[in-house]
Design a protein around this ligand. Structure first.
Ligand code: GAR
Length: 210
């Protein structure tokens, strides 16, 4: 099974979805470590409960991004990580780090990229009056919230939605698509071809969900 390290900063509900999926021995990925840049993040408790090794690297203890990322790489290498999953990891990564993990690092973002990169996506989707919103799992590139798209799910924006209601609907979709995207990647079925991902095989219709 592909050895995965998950980077988190917060509550870790996406981590939980990945832990649950990979807890099934038939899933082609195995989570070997969970790393948080925020001491005490609830995600760390979820990992511990699942029997997965945890590492905390408080970025504030490091003298600059490069030093922090050197420690990150050391921890990932020590655990034998082959693929990095960002799951609510709220630190920007340098181009050097991203390049080192090129096509071996994926992220989940709470919008239908390339719309609404960055923060407060649900508020901005409501303000823009879009009728569909959603979430995206993509390979990470140096530009924030950019990179070849692996799986997306769309959810409707309903009358009366506020950011919390819409966000909850999106989060449910996140928990469905992240394990699916990880499966496609781990099975070698989500191949990067230039700026896009080509999905191979029978799962092809599964990578766009509504
Ligand atoms: C998720 O909605 C994730 O998509 C988002 O943060 C939340 C983390 O929740 N990520 C980003 O905004 C990345 N820029 P979780 O800790 O419960 O998985």
């Amino acid at each position: 099974r592909l050895k995965v390290g998950v980077l988190v900063s917060g509550r870790g509900s996406n981590l939980q979805a990945l832990l649950d999926a990979c807890g099934d021995a038939s899933h082609p990925a195995e989570i070997v470590m969970v790393l948080s840049n925020v001491p005490g993040a609830y995600a760390l408790e979820r990992a511990a409960k699942a029997g997965v090794a945890t590492v905390t690297l408080d970025h504030k203890q490091y003298d600059g991004r490069e030093a922090f990322e050197a420690a990150l790489n050391e921890a990932l290498d020590a655990a034998g990580v082959e693929l990095v999953c960002l799951a609510g990891f709220m630190r920007l990564l340098t181009a050097g780090f991203v390049e080192r993990w090129r096509d071996r690092m994926i992220n989940i973002h709470p919008s239908l990229l390339p719309s609404f990169k960055g923060l407060h996506t649900h508020e901005r989707a409501l303000a823009a009056g879009v009728r569909f919103h959603g979430c995206t799992v993509h390979y990470v590139r140096a530009d924030m919230d950019a990179g070849p798209i692996i799986v997306q799910a769309a959810v409707p924006v309903l009358p009366g939605d506020d950011a919390d209601a819409l966000g909850a609907r999106v989060l449910e979709a996140e928990h469905r698509i992240y394990p699916l995207a990880l499966r496609l990647v781990a099975e070698g079925k989500a191949r990067v071809d230039g700026e896009r991902v080509v999905i191979a095989g029978a799962e092809a219709p599964d990578h766009a969900l509504v």
